[in-house]
Design a binder for this molecule. Sequence first.
Ligand SMILES: Nc1ncnc2c1ncn2[C@@H]1O[C@H](COP(=O)(O)OP(=O)(O)OP(=O)(O)O)[C@@H](O)[C@H]1O
Ligand SMILES: [Mg+2]
Length: 371
Amino acid sequence: MKSSDTASSMIEVDNLRKEYADGTVAVHDLSFEVGEGEIAVLVGPSGCGKTTTMRMINRLVEPSAGRILVNGKDISQIDPVQLRRGIGYVIQQVGLFPHQTVAANIKTVPQLLGWDRTKSNARVNELLELVGLNPATHAKRYPHELSGGQRQRVGVARALAADPPVLLMDEPFGAVDPVARDRLQVEFLRLQEQVRKTIVFVTHDVDEAIRLGDRIAVMRDGGYLEQYAEPATLLSEPSSPYVAEFVGAERTLRRLAVVDVAATGLVKWPVVAPTSRLADCAATMDSAEAAWAVVADDGKVSGWLARAAATGEGTASDRVEPAQSVEVGDSLESALATILAGNSPGAIVTSAGRYEGVLGGAEIVTMARSR
Ligand SMILES: Nc1ncnc2c1ncn2[C@@H]1O[C@H](COP(=O)(O)OP(=O)(O)OP(=O)(O)O)[C@@H](O)[C@H]1O
Ligand SMILES: [Mg+2]
């Protein structure tokens, strides 16, 4: 669950079109925006223009029409080499250099940037740790001495090497088995919590898109964008029968009624006591970058407090909004209903009457699909 909606747009794609020399229209009038620190996922069938879109964002392919802004600047005005320094690219099928060690692969960009050896070596170790590989055992290996999942991780480490604000990831987990993929997804989300990059992520896999994306662009053949929305919106309000079918909206909605709220998978959300001073409540929310907090007294929930209401004198109890909480074991449908009814911004979950955590729309959808 995202803490706040204050993200400004880091990538803006406006009416983008790509027609290749042979007349193939790979991308047709595509527009979408990605907020700073957000993950946007492009999903759609093979050949629908996902890779072409990525390659236009780092100017490996020039658009036939339209424009792309990165951090407010039109990229057609930026030197491509300069542009790419700020954009890490994990290419489809990994694309590690086979005759170079893992360390050398990761150092590619730092070396181009002229970093000294000590600094690049330190960065290699730091990045390997970050992606869950032991530097002592892996830095000197060659790509063919790694498993598929390990290669994917090295690809991610290489893209992160120069700490670019933007990452393009083209099916980074496409070549691994479902178990390894599951693990890579979990690690990827944990990594993103730490590095907070602005990411465009491509996948064929709708479940992966829903799990990872803050927003998802559903594309179809011919490079058309069908819908660009948050995962929960795609499922609850698909813009067309194509999208509904593609994201499996009906299946997910049916599952909401039969799957229960579990204690695992809840988000640990800021909690304030009813007696807390509003200034302290504001500080708690700000340090968690949360737009609201749960108000609970020793585990007993009395409601929620908006960040915007936490100003001036007084305590949380003066401004608390009453909220109906849901119990572990209630249906996910009832949790979603409390949000949709405007009861609270996220479903507040209790276990045996005591506060456990919070579920946002995205977590509800993930729970419905994963169990
Ligand atoms: N250099 C090229 N010249 C002509 N057509 C191309 C070229 N590169 C890609 N295409 C075509 O553009 C369309 C989109 O290709 P793209 O690689 O963007 O698809 P994709 O969505 O990434 O597919 P996949 O999921 O299989 O990777 C396809 O029809 C492809 O054949
Ligand atoms: Mg592709």
